[in-house]
Structure formats: structure tokens, C-alpha cells
Design a binder for this molecule. Structure first.
Ligand code: FAD
Length: 543
């Protein structure tokens, strides 16, 4: 590259990619330390997940006050969460409130999608190119690309021929979408499908739910938070975050270690009756820990939840179709719902079981299955994401000696502590693959990751370190640890993003297992990364 070409590039010590929950906190930490850093964000505004997913029903299933940032006493004192599980509009307002409070927008460049990154070993720098043609140079790149930022669509013939409106839930328009009087088809019954179906069922003239495989789901039990309750939460914030820190999932819900088999079936059912009415992930995260490891324990809780479904759906045949047979309760990302099962008791809501009659093609006026044609005005694709590694696969990342990250991670990601990957120096990842974030309440893990990465960059700038790379040996050891933790869990056989399954992404189909996240628990993960830092970053080569 000529010196002219290099001089047209904008240079920064650190470039953060992505302005979601991770990028917002990351840029705050870096600029507080006086480090020259900017954020490049592909979208036209900040917020990531909460900027995009505007579909009716999009909301937290983490308790709002355990999801929010913990780093600022002022934010904690000033922000009033209005609901226990707050919805997308409020979540986006919250992220804007934080960014504006600390004047962070001035460090963010919007409409700046990174499409290529090339490592230059001679100068120890990354060269970045955007889709706009703009070019940057950075010593360090911090990727906060998002775990669920790359939506995926199925590839049915005729999708483009549909004459009505159709979109992925991630791309639900900002403008109001007319639902009243409409015949709507929703494809997909994962966490998003369940949220959107529950809310629009009452609003539309006819709803067809196209279900390939049912998911387990349990009640969210949402409620408003009054001013007095919010004050009580504020008074308890230190305790709340301490509890989250000590729980495997980063929630206030703590696992029950008293022993599944120490109780009679009646006692267990009485406990589950109580958990079913508690909020959020309590039924999963506060359950007997054995449900995650012991097939018989998992089968019993699955049967309990199946009975709950039977008790809520009027038509016994429909109820049976809504009960998963291919995985146990909690073995895929558990969607939480509000009157989801009751939606099927409405006369105008119909379940189309794609395991019996698969979709053949999309027509100008609807969906043709192998059984019949379904006339529709609107098609909603709730078909999920290329999870965890999708953001990385969409950037052409070339590291040492021309090796590409896409090649390295083709069959499964490989990282050291989910933070770095050998062969790609100075590329740091917040909430990256094989960190604990994928298995926990994200923001808790995001803050942990940002703090660790910031300390490392600060250490580098203080010591004049220009090149940081995870050693191949340290990476091998961490990958082994990730696999060991994965193998202990029953979900290792399930088809969901925990195991990297997505039939709409090449290489992620059935039969492939990708080790996407660390399932050893948040406290163990924090202890491990803290030990690495305390040892002077053993496992990393700092030059
Ligand atoms: C509908 C929905 C509900 C969820 N609910 C919860 C919940 O209740 N609890 C929970 O813990 N987690 C939840 N999650 C997970 C959620 O993604 C995380 O909680 C959190 O928002 C992740 O923040 P992030 O900043 O890491 O990623 P994101 O919010 O996804 O932000 C990543 C940003 O990076 C940008 N980006 C990506 N690639 C590029 C590129 N090449 N160039 C430039 N910019 C790029 C994207 O545009 C995006 O703005 C939910 C996810 C979804 C989709």
C-alpha cells in the first residue's frame, strides 16, 4: 500500500464496532480514560437490538432492573423502569438516555458498516474499510457486533413474488403497520414468534401460525413498577447486582441445589406451581439444578410444563402440537410468554403444523403448503438470527499471513476466553463467542467483558504494548474447557443457537455442533478472566 493510500485513512488508537448495549458502555470506558477511540455503527442510530426489533411484543425477558447498566450511580438513581420486563420503545429510550447523559454520540459514526478488516503485521495495525468506501486505521479493534444482530430468512421459492407486505421481525417498520382486518401469517415459533403472536392475535382478522417445531415457553408474569416500587429497587441496587454476579445466569434467580431427588414428586410439583407464577426465568434458573444435567429430572419438569400447556389450550389436538417432543424443557433458549397459549383458543387463530404439511412455496397471495393454500395480506418472518458468530462472518477479516477468520471459524469458533483469537492480534471481542454472555443475562456479562477489555487496552497504552495475541496453546485449553462445560449439559443434543443450529445458514445445519458459548456459569467465567489479568495476562503474548 502506498503512503498516499494510507494518508487517506482516518486513524484512531481504538475502533469499536457496534453501538448497542456493548458499544455504548465500551466507548464510555475508553473515552473516560482519555484513549483516542470512536464507534463505527452500521445503522443510522444507536441501540442495536433495541433500535431494530420494533415488532409488537418485543420486550425484555430479563428483569428490566437487572438488564440496565450497573456502572453509574447517577443512571441508577435517575432512571425509572416502568415495567418489570420493559418493552422495546422504553429500552431504546433508556439507551439514548445513557448515551446522551454522557455525551457519547459525538464519538459515534453512524451509517458506517465495516465490511473488511486487514491486519498489517509490520505496523501492528488494523486497516478497516466501510461499505461507503471510507477507510480507517486502528491499533486495536473492539468488536461489539451483537449476538443476535444478523437476521436470517428461509429460502422458500416465490418469497419475492408475494404481493402484500412481508418482512423479518428484525426489520419491522418504524411506521405503524396496519393489522386490523388483515390476514396475517407468522412463520416461526421461537422467542420472537411467541412474543409477536401473543400480541397481534387479538388485533388481526385471521392469524395463521406456521410452526416447524414447537418451543417450550412459560409465563413472563410482567407487571408495572410504581414509583414506590422503583424506589425500593433503587435502594436495593447494590444487592441486586451482587446477586446477579453470584448467579450462573447473571440473574437474581438462584439455582436450587437442594437435590431434585431429595424431594417427592408432590413436593417438586408444589415448588413448580410456585415458580410458574414467579417472574421471568425463575422457572428455569431457580429450578433444581438437575434439570440441566439429568435426563429423568428434565423429563419430569418437561411433563409438568406439557400439562400446563394442555390446561391452557382448549383444543386437545392443538395442545399436543404445541408440546415439543424433540427437546426437553429449557434445552433451547426458553421463550417467555404472556397469554401465548390462550391465543390458540381464538376462533381466528390457526396453527399450521409444518411437520405434517411443509411450506412448498410462497405465492403472490399467500403460502402454499403441501396441504393447502393459505391466503394472506401480511407475512411476518420470525425466523431468528445467525447467532453469535454471524456478525463476524459478515466482515471479511484477514489476520496474520492472510488467514481469514471465516476459514478459522468455519466449523466452530475458537477463542481464548471469548475475548481474543489466535492469528488475529489486537482484535478484542466483547460478549464474543465462547464468553459467558451467550448463556447469561447479557448486560451483566457485557459489563464484565468491557471492563476486562478496557483494562487490557489501558495496560497496553500505559506500557507501550502494540501487539496482543492469544497463544495457540491458551486458546486450545480454553476451547477444551468450553467443550467440557457444553458436554455436561443436556442441551448439547438440541437444535437451537446454543449449539449453533440454524437451518437457514450454510454450515449450521443439523449434524453440526458449534461451541458458541461458555456454559460454566458467569461467576466461574469472571474468576477465570480476572485470574488471567492478575497473572499479567498469562495466555497472551504482549509485545
Ligand atoms: C428481540 C430480542 C430480545 C432480547 N431480549 C433479551 C433479554 O431480555 N435479556 C438479555 O440478556 N438479552 C436479550 N437479547 C439479546 C440482546 O441482543 C442483548 O441483550 C444485547 O442487546 C446485546 O447488545 P450488543 O451491543 O452486544 O449487541 P447489539 O445490540 O446487537 O448491537 C450490535 C451493533 O453492532 C452493529 N454492527 C454489527 N456488525 C457491524 C458492522 N460490520 N459494522 C458496523 N456496525 C455493525 C449492529 O448494527 C448493532 O447496532 C434480546 C435479543 C433480541 C433480538
Amino acid at each position: 500500500m502506498t503512503s498516499d493510500e494510507i494518508s487517506t485513512r482516518t486513524r484512531h488508537e481504538v475502533i469499536v464496532i457496534g453501538a448497542g448495549v456493548s458499544g455504548i458502555y465500551q466507548i464510555k470506558r475508553l473515552t473516560d480514560l482519555g484513549i483516542d477511540a470512536i464507534v463505527l455503527e452500521g445503522d443510522d442510530d444507536l441501540g442495536g437490538t433495541w433500535y431494530r426489533n420494533r415488532y409488537p411484543g418485543a420486550r425484555f425477558d430479563s428483569e428490566s432492573y437487572t438488564y440496565g447498566y450497573s456502572f453509574s450511580k447517577e443512571v441508577l438513581a435517575e432512571w425509572h423502569w416502568k415495567e418489570r420486563f420493559s418493552a422495546q420503545p422504553e429500552n431504546l429510550r433508556y439507551l439514548n438516555f445513557v448515551a446522551d447523559k454522557f455525551d457519547l454520540r459525538r464519538h459515534m459514526r453512524f451509517n458506517s458498516r465495516v465490511e473488511q478488516m486487514t491486519w498489517h503485521d509490520d505496523t501492528s495495525e488494523w486497516h478497516l474499510s466501510l461499505t461507503s468506501g471510507e477507510k480507517y486505521i486502528a491499533r486495536f479493534v473492539i468488536a461489539s457486533l451483537g449476538p443476535l444482530s444478523q437476521p436470517t430468512l428461509p429460502s422458500y421459492p416465490g418469497m419475492d413474488a408475494f404481493a402484500g407486505e412481508s418482512f423479518h421481525t428484525f426489520h419491522w417498520p418504524k411506521e405503524p403497520v396496519a393489522l386490523e382486518g388483515q390476514r396475517v401469517g407468522v412463520i416461526g415459533t421461537g422467542a420472537t414468534g411467541i412474543q409477536v403472536i401473543s400480541v397481534i392475535a387479538d388485533q388481526v382478522a385471521e392469524l395463521k401460525v406456521f410452526q416447524r417445531r414447537p418451543n417450550w415457553s412459560s409465563p413472563l408474569n410482567n407487571a408495572a413498577i410504581s414509583a414506590d416500587e422503583m424506589q425500593a429497587i433503587r435502594d436495593r441496587y447494590d444487592e441486586i447486582f451482587e446477586n446477579c454476579k453470584n448467579s450462573p445466569g447473571g440473574f437474581e434467580h438462584l439455582p436450587d441445589w437442594r437435590g431434585f431427588w431429595n424431594f417427592t414428586p408432590e413436593e417438586r410439583h408444589a415448588r413448580w406451581d410456585q415458580l410458574y407464577t414467579e417472574s421471568g426465568f425463575a422457572i428455569l434458573a431457580s429450578n433444581f439444578a438437575e434439570i440441566f444435567f439429568d435426563e429423568k429430572a428434565n423429563a419430569e419438569i418437561s411433563e409438568y410444563i406439557a400439562d400446563r400447556i394442555r390446561g391452557r389450550v382448549d383444543d386437545p389436538a392443538t395442545a399436543e402440537k404445541l408440546i415439543p417432543r424433540d427437546h426437553g424443557f429449557g434445552m433451547q433458549r426458553l421463550p417467555l410468554e404472556t397469554r401465548y397459549f390462550e391465543a390458540y383458543n381464538l376462533d381466528h387463530v390457526h396453527l399450521v403444523d409444518l411437520s405434517e404439511t411443509p411450506i412448498d412455496h410462497v405465492t403472490a397471495t399467500g403460502i402454499q403448503t403441501t396441504g393447502e393454500h393459505h391466503e394472506l395480506d401480511l407475512i411476518v418472518y420470525a425466523t431468528g438470527f445467525d447467532a453469535i458468530t454471524g456478525g463476524y462472518d459478515r466482515i471479511n477479516i484477514t489476520g496474520v499471513d492472510g488467514a481469514t477468520l471465516a476459514d478459522k471459524w468455519r466449523s466452530s469458533p475458537r477463542t481464548f476466553l471469548g475475548m481474543l483469537t489466535n492469528g488475529f492480534p489486537n482484535l478484542l471481542m466483547v460478549a464474543g463467542p465462547q464468553s459467558a454472555s451467550g448463556s447469561t443475562n447479557f448486560p451483566r456479562a457485557i459489563e464484565t467483558g468491557v471492563n476486562w477489555v478496557t483494562d487490557l487496552v489501558h495496560h497496553a497504552t500505559e506500557t507501550g504494548t502494540t501487539r496482543i495475541e492469544a497463544t495457540a496453546e491458551a486458546e486450545d485449553e480454553w476451547v477444551d474447557e468450553v467443550i467440557r462445560a457444553h458436554e455436561r449439559m443436556l442441551f448439547r443434543r438440541s437444535k437451537g443457537w446454543f449449539t449453533g443450529y440454524n437451518s437457514n445458514v450454510k454450515g449450521h445445519q443439523e449434524g453440526t455442533i458449534r461451541y458458541q458459548a461458555y456454559f460454566g456459569g458467569a461467576p466461574q467465567f469472571s474468576a477465570r478472566i480476572d485470574a488471567c489479568a492478575a497473572s499479567g495476562y498469562e495466555g497472551l503474548e504482549l509485545v
